[in-house]
Write a protein that binds this ligand. Structure first.
Ligand SMILES: Cc1cc2nc3c(=O)[nH]c(=O)nc-3n(C[C@H](O)[C@H](O)[C@H](O)COP(=O)(O)O)c2cc1C
Length: 355
């Protein structure tokens, strides 16, 4: 008989999924958290990752774009697939479709603040109707054997921050973990995320499931400070990982040692960007792969002096060979250059981003 498994005291469990003490999660991000990006985040220490959100209606209609978002790979595990929708039957059916590709969990999005989603009673729209939120969650939990988790916000607006009630009721439905973005729907991305209510949920003695905090983590120091101040089970990171997947390993190192890890070398930046590019072409094909990679170069190369000309070339070239040549040039011309670590700029996606 194999010896019994020994767990560290603070291992975090989502159903049967075992995560290390204080896991770091890659947030679901539309048009960002795709397999190529997830691959480089995984390499750098993300403990649990999610797909970008997938419309339940789209999945049922068999929309190609929705189906493609179901692609997951074994090296990513544990990985969750996130769905959204405002109709119980559609959510139940799409959870069944999700199950066929065998992810480690299904996550429900109750946090998306954009009008086109909210107006259908989906995303953060349900924060105004907790009964509907409960029914949608029950429908998903009943339709799948996979662990179900939820990601949501503090509430609809300043006067209706109902996350404490929401957390209890969702736990009673059988969800296995809750990730909370410390803003309300009406805040969109404005102001600062408020983690004090997230801490209150975590400290509620009725709450047994893991609670993950999300919002505005942009440095190892802030991650450790929030870990200590708010007592959450783990942190979910979104924008700070865009073009900077090293954030995960930097936070882990800082939490473990109290020391800041040296920033990635220029060579490493270029090689990770190259891997992202190659994965992007592998997964999306030569045209979409090149086009969709364009949004990432500026982030990977941020902080290099006089980089504009290279950047402009990278976003106009049409083949992988051409892009790789420019990356080689950058590597040679900036060899040995160190980009000092500055706090990562968290773009306000209120207008630029759909979610
Ligand atoms: C480009 C972009 C796309 C996003 N798409 C999703 C999504 O598909 N599902 C979701 O639950 N949240 C989505 N979000 C919200 C993030 O998961 C996260 O809650 C938010 O960015 C706050 O975390 P951060 O401050 O670490 O970025 C998105 C955010 C961004 C910036």
């Amino acid at each position: 008989m194999p010896p019994p498994k020994r767990y560290s005291h603070n291992m975090v469990k989502i159903g049967q999924i075992e995560l290390p003490d204080f896991p770091l999660l890659l947030a679901p991000m539309e048009d960002v958290s795709d397999p190529p990006f997830r691959a480089v985040c995984k390499d750098n220490g993300a403990d649990l990752m999610y797909t970008e959100f997938i419309s339940s209606e789209g999945l049922i209609r068999d929309a190609i774009k929705s189906r493609q978002k179901l692609d997951i790979f074994d090296y990513e595990r544990p990985v969750g697939i996130q769905i959204f929708g405002g109709d119980e039957e559609a959510m139940a059916m799409s959870a069944k479709i999700v199950e066929t590709v065998n992810p480690d969990l299904v996550d429900i999005n109750f946090g998306c603040p954009v009008k086109k989603v909210v107006s259908k009673g989906a995303g953060a729209g349900v924060l105004k109707d907790v009964d509907l939120m409960v029914r949608l969650t029950e429908a998903v939990v009943k339709s799948t054997r996979l662990p179900v988790t939820v990601k949501t916000r503090l509430g609809w607006d300043d006067s209706t921050k109902n996350i404490e009630e929401v957390a209890e009721r969702l736990q009673d439905c059988g969800i296995k973990a809750l990730a909370i973005h410390g803003r309300t729907r009406s805040q969109m991305y404005k102001g600062e995320a408020d983690w004090s209510l997230i801490a209150k949920v975590k400290n509620n003695p009725r709450i047994q499931m893991p609670i993950f905090g999300n919002g505005d983590i942009d440095s190892p120091q802030k991650a450790l400070e929030y870990k200590n101040r708010f007592g959450i089970d783990g942190i979910m990171i979104g924008r700070a990982a865009i073009g900077y997947p090293w954030i995960f390993r930097e936070i882990k190192h800082y939490i473990a040692t109290g020391e800041l890890l040296a920033p990635p070398t220029l060579e490493e930046r270029v090689e990770v960007c190259r891997k992202h590019l190659r994965k992007s072409l592998e997964w999306k094909g030569p045209i979409a792969g090149i086009n969709e990679m364009r949004r990432h170069y500026a982030n990977y190369l941020k902080g290099l002096p006089n980089i504009k000309d290279y950047r402009n070339r990278l976003v106009t070239l049409k083949t992988m060979e051409e892009v790789e040549e420019v990356l080689d040039e950058v590597k040679i011309n900036y060899s040995g250059f160190t980009i000092e670590r500055t706090p990562i700029e968290l773009i306000n996606y209120h207008e630029k981003c759909p979610v």
